[in-house]
Design a protein around this ligand. Sequence first.
Ligand code: ZN
Length: 238
Amino acid sequence: MPIPPRSADAALVLFSGGQDSATCLAWALSAHARVETVGFAYGQRHAVELACRAPLRAGMAALHDWGARLGPDHLIDIGPGLAALGETALTSEAAIALGADGLPTTFVPGRNLLFLTYAAALAYRRGLRRIVAGVCETDYSGYPDCRDDTIKAMQLALNLGMQRRFVLETPLMWLDKAETWALADRLGGTALTGLIEEASHSCYLGDRTHRHPWGYGCGSCPACDLRRAGWERWRARG
Ligand code: ZN
């Protein structure tokens, strides 16, 4: 997605601490006048990703004029409800595999729908019009709540249900993982791609002990595979 001229609007970025949401935060800091971030604790198996959020925010605040545009961070604990509803590989020790319904066991039903609803409630209170999410239909993990149609339907539901004109923005929707790295490069050069390599987290196993050129991770789970393959394709394109 081309980087639009900067708007005067304020935005809220769903910011988990992963590669995609980190790239989205950089995109939003380029695209909007004021940017706040929100993260969610939902009983996930590993809190590693959440611990990556502060270093990523601090690193981005040092780039361009982004420090002046970066507003407060919000962490919402939505409690054990999602994890209590059923076993998924992100909220329990269930194995990471493809389930009988064709969806990976890392799929947490309703998670993104809840996140968007909480984010909109926060945006309502904070007076933020744009809600930015790093969901993607191209290289995605097969999650139906990452699809463009799901996001468009959520925008309509949230605007009707809260009587607002929120705009849900998904700058990564049609990018593959190599293009996501390339977007970060365009937004902030090697200072940003280096920050994302070092400080963002993707690995489903929460591994921060093995450092690869593309970042930390076990190197073999589906999230590591996707991240490494995208990084290698991006680097190969030069
Ligand atoms: Zn991994």
